[in-house]
Structures are given as C-alpha cells and as structure tokens.
Design a protein around this ligand. Structure first.
Ligand SMILES: [Zn+2]
Length: 415
C-alpha cells in the first residue's frame, strides 16, 4: 500500500482512543486481521476505486470509523475483534426498494414464468391488498424485509410509497416507511390510480396537489414511473417539478420497459438517480455521462420478468456512475438480496466483481447523494459487513452462498 493512509489517519489514530474526553466517549473497537478491506476511498490502500487494503484493520468509535490501515499498525483500543482472515466491505446501500405493501403475487410470477409478459398493471393487485391492510401489518412487513436485508449485509435502504394511491393511503405508507429509514420516497405516481382510470389528468392533479401536501412531510424524495401505461414525459415533469417545489428531490423510474423520455428528464431535473435504465439510446447514455444523475440498475427486475438485461458495461465505459439495487417489491423483483444482484450484474451485465461491489455500496450512496455511507474511511459511518470469504470477489464467485457472517451498523454489531 502507499504511505498515504498512515499520514491521513495519524491524527484520528492518536486523538480517537486517547483523547482527553475519552472517559465520556464510547470505547474504541478495532476489527483486526481482515484479509482484504474494501474502503471505496481511492486515496487509501491500492489506489483502485475500491481502495483495497490487505491485512487490514478498522477502528470504530461510537457510530463512526476513526482509522483504517494495515492491521499491524492499528492503534491500541479498548476492544479488539479478530476478523480471522475474513474480508470486510462497506454495508450495502440499497437505494431502491418498495417495502410498504401487503399481499402476495406468487400466482402472477408463476404465470409469467409460464410465458405471460409483465405489464405495469400488476401493481393494482398490490394496491388493493395494501389499502386493506392495517398499519401494524404494513409496518411488520417492512420490519421483516429489513431484517432479511440486514442479514445479507444491507445497512442503508431507501423505500417508497406507491401502493396506496389515495391521499390517506400514500401518506400512511410514507409515515410507516419513515419509522424505519430516513430515505423515504413519495411515489404517488407509481401508476394512475384505478379510481382515476378514466381521467389520468385528474390523478396527476391529485398527485401534485393534496396528495403531495399530505406526503411531503414524511419524504425526502419524489419519484415517478415514467413509462408507457404509467406516466408520460409531460406528466412526469409536472409531478417531479411539483415535488421539488415542496422541498423533495427527484428520482425517476426511467426506461425500464421501453425507450422513452425518463432518463433525459431525470438528468435535466438533476434527479439523484434514474432507475432501471434498461432501454437506452446513445443520447440517454450521453445525458447520464454529462450530468450528476446516477444510473441505478435493478437486475432483480429483469431476472424476475425474464427481460433483457440493462447494459452496465455500456454505461460504465461512457463514464456514467452506476448503482446496483434490489428493487425489492412483491411484483417484479421479490428479492432483498444485494449479493444476488451483484452476481447477476457480473454474470449478465458486463460488470467486473470490483465494479459490482462498488456500485452496491458507494454507488448506492451516490444515488442517495450521501457521502457518510458506502465507504470506510475516517469520519464515515461505521456500517460494514464481514464476509465468510477472503475477498469481496466471492460475492460473485460463490453466488447464492450466504457469505455474510457479521454486520455492523452505526458501530454496533447487529448480525
Ligand atoms: Zn421500483
């Protein structure tokens, strides 16, 4: 490794464990004997995008990382955890999920795997079940899938409304989501509510008016499904612009099922992320490469609908920032497993294992415009995962194997 890390870390190393107010500070913990550590900080370790450090250690104080470097140089700490030669990566940042729902669409999946194409209208089935569910049932469902995701290494997740489609049901979904995460997205514009099937314009008025007013207090983001059968470019622009006027930042379900205006609209409005990006023209790719909008790829959806894979290689070669997420939802991608998505991205979308792991950690953080997560460097949040493997490459090399052995979130071992 280069000499940069020791220089960078020396201040934190000397001040953190031995600072004058250490009596009131949380005791520091060193995780040592890490075979390979992904920091996602190119100035650390091997200077690759992953900032890989071999034979590494991480020192945690409170909810923060205060030091990373070679294990033999780790400062003295009150607590020491031996990683036993396992690999450590930043906790996954799943920047796209739909977890506030009720019901089940096993029959739809089963039918689709028998040859029936996926259409956006399948969402209506989940809308009916979600409206009928109690608050307690919806919250318990979110908690269940969060536990499932955490056990697979996800320490931050975004989730959305979109299965209520009335003022009350959308606001309720966001209130429940906000009990579980800070990354909450208003998706009243998931599909045109069945109640407005004859008057989509009136539904857009609702989404940009009373529904937005009721939902904005619980949300950070506004999203729209810009797609044939959902919302067109003009409607999507009106919805995102109205949300932005209420202090919500845009993100867009764009170019999933067909070519369309979603990606270019996302870049034009400086959306944090354009999600799916499966059907892209050269102009779409150029737009993404020229802006700050992350392309979030969701291969669970293509897997679960037997659709064409998004071309990650094309985006990466054009210089686009790519995130990988689950799109966990009961209709088109019922997986909470980021490792599964990494394996798909490497096998079928042209990503290298390094790129896929970066996209599922630092890429997800970029899609949420966060710099405190998705990396392991002094000052970042102590969200990390120990793998039962000597290298992060095993996430793609050993698909389907439960490699996550420990998860630390905000400096606490939670799995
Ligand atoms: Zn989605």
């Amino acid at each position: 490794m280069n000499t940069g890390p020791e220089t960078r870390n020396s201040a934190a190393a000397t001040s953190a464990p031995t600072s004058a107010n250490s009596a009131v500070a949380t005791p520091a913990t060193a995780i040592v004997n890490i075979a390979s550590l992904v920091t996602n900080d190119p100035s650390l370790g091997d200077e690759s995008p992953l900032g890989l450090i071999r034979d590494a250690a991480v020192v945690i104080e409170g909810d923060r990382v205060v030091w990373v470097g070679e294990s033999s140089k780790a400062p003295a700490t009150d607590n020491r955890v031996d990683a036993g030669g396992r690999a450590v990566i930043p906790g996954f940042v799943d920047s796209h999920s739909h977890l506030v729902f009720a019901g089940d669409r096993t029959a739809e999946f089963n039918a689709r795997m028998s040859g029936r194409p996926y259409e956006a209208g399948g969402i209506r089935t989940t809308v009916a079940a979600t409206r009928a569910a109690s608050d307690e049932a919806l919250s318990a469902n979110v908690a269940r899938y969060l536990r499932e995701a955490l056990a697979q290494g996800t320490t931050t997740f975004e989730t959305k409304s979109g299965y209520g489609l009335t003022v009350e049901d959308e606001a309720r979904a966001l209130r429940i989501a906000a009990e579980h995460t800070d990354e909450v997205t208003y998706l009243g514009a998931h599909i045109v509510s069945p109640d407005y099937a004859d008057d989509p314009a009136a539904y857009v008025d609702l989404v940009t008016g009373p529904m937005l007013d009721a939902c904005a207090p619980y949300a950070r983001w506004v999203d729209v499904f810009c797609e044939k059968g959902a919302f067109d470019g003009d409607q999507a622009r009106a919805i995102l612009t109205a949300g932005r006027a209420k202090g919500l930042h845009p993100r867009v379900h764009a170019n999933q099922l067909s070519y369309g205006p979603g990606v270019r609209l996302a870049v034009e409005l400086d959306a944090a992320s354009a999600d799916h990006c499966t059907h892209l023209t050269d102009a779409d790719v150029d737009a993404l490469a020229s802006g700050d909008t992350v392309a979030t790829l969701l291969p669970g959806a293509e897997f679960s609908t037997r659709a064409e894979w998004p071309d990650a290689r094309r985006l990466l070669d054009a210089g686009v920032t790519v995130a990988l997420s689950t799109d966990c939802n009961p209709g088109s991608s019922f997986t909470s497993s980021v490792p599964f998505c990494i394996a798909l991205a490497v096998r079928d979308m042209g990503m290298t294992p390094d790129e896929a792991v970066w996209s599922a950690t630092a890429g997800g953080a970029a899609a949420l415009r966060r710099t405190d997560i998705g990396r392991l460097a002094p000052g970042t949040r102590a969200d990390l995962t120990l793998l039962n493997a000597p290298s992060h490459v095993h996430l793609a090399y050993r698909p389907g194997v439960p490699l996550v052995s420990e998860v630390w979130r905000r400096g606490v071992r939670v799995v």
